[in-house]
Design a protein around this ligand. Structure first.
Ligand code: RNT
Ligand code: ZN
Length: 417
């Protein structure tokens, strides 16, 4: 403990010398809400339907023991995770995580089916985000949901998305923190389509119906998430990047950029500054692509750092909602959550510890030598000491000591499920 404080004092002096006030940075850092994807806890199964296979071109691999099997287990796991994370959070729910014994289908969901989550969120001091679940359902078996040529299929999903926005609105009202309701559709073709326009036109018209009723943005914000391809939909995805970006810009919606939803050399860190010139706010799904998979646990790689720099340097953080999106069942699920969430905030901290104004000025003056020299030098500045102190101050385990707690929880709780 004392060594963490001592190391922080030295780090603080070093950062002060380049004009960075570490105390102010930590105050700002703790207020940024990171939205935890509830689906990491049970491999995107949900509790509304029993034993439905995951569909929609996403896959969870691994069979690590201890997945949450019901709402209370998932909450217990999330509480454990929250106890190991510094800073403010939201919890991101999918419609299939409804807390109800009622036999209700996706298009019949109402805010009351989530009132248990709202009570829990109040107790935990977290906000809630929401997602319609447009997969793992017989109505999605054709590979198409709201862009289906079948009117009955399309209208089912339109009703589900409308219901989802109302649930989002109820979260925002009850918690005083706007809910971001993110609409992602797996719709696509395995093989080369004849008609690339028709499904997109149907999706556009369906979304117009979904969003027809205005909802106060203080309660609910709508996002549309794009994707380049999914498993089984390799050749064509209706909700492509151009589609979603175009839709969001024209209709005042949020664009959701998932780090794993683009071509392998394409990065979302370079998209943020453009997207936010044409939309008011942005939703991120912080994730890690590995070859064809878009959902590995987030590590502190270059792209994560670049994403955070793209938010912090030009002052775009306040207009961005940071959500996590990964699901790994091959390791302890609590650890997966904690590793990804801590890395995300740690990368944000590193970006906040930069003297951004000074670097921007140097660049404008054309001093690219200093730009490279300084950004390289800052890479070995003691940001880890600042992070450790932040954890200490937030009363969560510093460094890797959280792992012992995750292990103990595995022995006491997860392994007994
Ligand atoms: C899928 C999308 C989507 C899902 C979640 C479960 O490729 O990334 O966000 O991961 O909705
Ligand atoms: Zn996503």
């Amino acid at each position: 403990m004392q060594s963490i404080e001592k190391a922080y004092q030295l780090a603080k002096e070093q950062y002060a010398a380049i004009g960075v006030d570490t105390d102010a940075v930590l105050e700002r850092l703790r207020q940024v809400r990171i939205s935890l994807q509830c689906w990491q806890g049970d491999d995107v199964s949900g509790f509304l339907f029993k034993d439905r296979a995951l569909s929609g071109g996403i896959q969870v691999t691994g069979n690590y023991p201890g997945a949450a099997g019901n709402v209370s287990q998932l909450r217990q796991d999330l509480e454990k995770v929250l106890s190991l994370l510094p800073g403010a959070h939201k919890v991101n729910l999918h419609a299939i995580y409804a807390d109800t014994d009622e036999k209700v289908d996706l298009d019949g969901l109402e805010p009351r089916h989530f009132s248990g989550w709202v009570e829990w969120a109040k107790e935990q001091g977290v906000g809630l985000d929401f997602n319609p679940t447009c997969f793992s359902h017989p109505m999605a078996d054709s590979g198409f949901t709201i862009s289906s040529p079948d009117e009955a299929v399309r209208s089912f999903w339109i009703r589900h998305c409308i219901a989802s926005r109302k649930i989002g609105e109820s979260f925002g009202k009850a918690l005083g923190i706007p809910c971001v309701t993110n609409h992602w559709f797996p719709d696509g073709f395995k093989d080369t389509p004849i008609d690339r326009y028709g499904p997109r036109k149907r999706m556009q018209e369906a979304l117009d119906q979904v969003f027809a009723e205005p909802i106060d943005p203080w309660y609910n914000l709508d996002a549309v998430e794009s994707k380049v391809f999914g498993i089984g939909a390799e050749s064509y995805t209706t909700g492509s990047n151009e589609f979603c970006l175009g839709y969001a810009v024209r209709n005042g919606k949020l664009c959701c950029l998932d780090a794993g939803h683009f071509h392998p050399t394409e990065v979302i860190s370079d998209k943020i500054s453009s997207v936010l010139l044409f939309t008011d706010q942005l939703l991120l799904h912080v994730s890690r692509p590995v070859r064809w998979d878009s959902d590995h646990v987030v590590v502190m790689d270059d792209e994560l750092l670049h994403i955070m720099e793209a938010l912090v340097r030009p002052g775009l953080l306040e207009r961005t909602h940071i959500g996590l999106d990964f699901f790994d069942a091959s390791i302890n699920r609590i650890a997966a959550w904690v590793i990804g969430a801590r890395n995300t905030r740690k990368a944000l901290l590193r970006a906040m510890l930069e003297p951004a104004d000074m670097l921007t000025r140097l660049e404008r003056e054309g001093d690219y030598t200093a730009r490279l020299a300084l950004t390289e030098a800052y890479k070995s500045y003691p940001f880890g000491a600042v992070w450790d102190y932040f954890c200490l101050r937030e009363e969560v385990p510093a460094r890797e000591t959280w792992l012992e707690e995750a292990r103990r929880y595995e022995a006491d709780v997860l392994s007994r499920r």
